[in-house]
Design a protein around this ligand. Structure first.
Ligand code: ATP
Length: 250
């Protein structure tokens, strides 16, 4: 089997995520793409994340119609920052020898890879599929590689202006570049647009996810009063939020 691990915060999952997963699955003939939401992402600073359960539920809705897409609990309840090196190794330990694993990532996230935990070891674990975006050259991608993996000056110069596509073969890994997937959307944009109707949100996320965002009152700002109903052993019964202010209706 050919599989890809696609990590992110998915707060929320959107059409850009689905587009790159679809493009990668088609181009590399993948049987499965695991969407792995981070419980505690080490790279998202202090921003308050939506509860894992909500992000996972939205992933389940968004991937329901696509046989190859599987929402994964690999990084759930870890109690510690979700470093990719650990996640990849955990997944690999469950695979067969004949399986091929790819690490799927957008180029903007790949640009930070040198700051990740054990980037050299991570790159050696499996091949990478990097989804390019307009405006990036191969040179940018190569410059982002950690020392020890980054190729020599002459090779880097040659790649400097080349459009980001094709495969870069390095001694320990191969980096396949998926040419521009043009879905100009980010989760940040959706969080800022949460007052919009289901129809308007559906430009960025599948309609089922837009409906869920409205139903659960996600991403509404300061006028929100959180209503967490707990049962007596301390478990959360519902993550539903209730707005005390006005929320644009769908
Ligand atoms: P945020 O706006 O909160 O930073 P995001 O939209 O970038 O979030 P993430 O969950 O952080 O979403 O991204 C997961 C992965 O998807 C990353 O590798 C990122 O580069 C990639 N990605 C996100 N949006 C797009 C897009 N529109 N096109 C291609 N890749 C994307």
């Amino acid at each position: 089997m050919k599989l890809a691990l696609f990590g992110g915060t998915f707060d929320p999952v959107h059409r850009g995520h689905l587009a790159i997963a679809r493009a990668a699955a088609d181009k590399f003939d993948l049987d499965v793409v695991y969407f792995v939401p981070a419980d505690l992402p080490p790279h998202k600073g202090n921003r308050h994340l939506t509860e894992f359960q909500h992000r996972f539920a939205m992933l389940a809705l968004a991937t329901a119609g696509e046989e190859r897409f599987v929402p994964s609990l690999l990084e759930a309840d870890s109690g510690q920052p979700n470093y990719s090196i650990r996640t990849v190794r955990r997944l690999k330990s469950a695979l067969n020898k004949s399986d091929t694993l790819y690490f799927l990532i957008g180029i903007d996230a790949f640009m930070e890879i040198s700051t990740w935990k054990q980037p050299v070891q991570l790159l050696a674990e499996c091949d990478f599929i990097v989804a390019s975006r307009p405006g990036y050259a191969l040179g940018d991608l190569v410059e982002a590689l950690p020392e020890g993996v980054r190729p020599s000056g002459t090779m880097r110069q040659a790649l400097q202006k080349q459009q980001a596509s094709g495969t870069i073969a390095l001694p320990t890994t191969r980096i396949h570049v998926l040419p521009d997937v043009k879905e100009a959307v980010s989760s940040t944009q959706i969080r800022a647009a949460s007052g919009k109707s289901v129809r308007q949100l559906s430009r960025y996320v599948p309609a089922s996810v837009a409906g869920y965002i409205k139903k659960e009152h996600l991403y509404i700002s300061t006028a929100t009063q959180r209503e967490k109903t707990t049962v007596k052993d301390g478990k959360v019964l519902s993550f539903r939020q209730r707005s005390s202010g006005s929320v644009a209706s769908s």
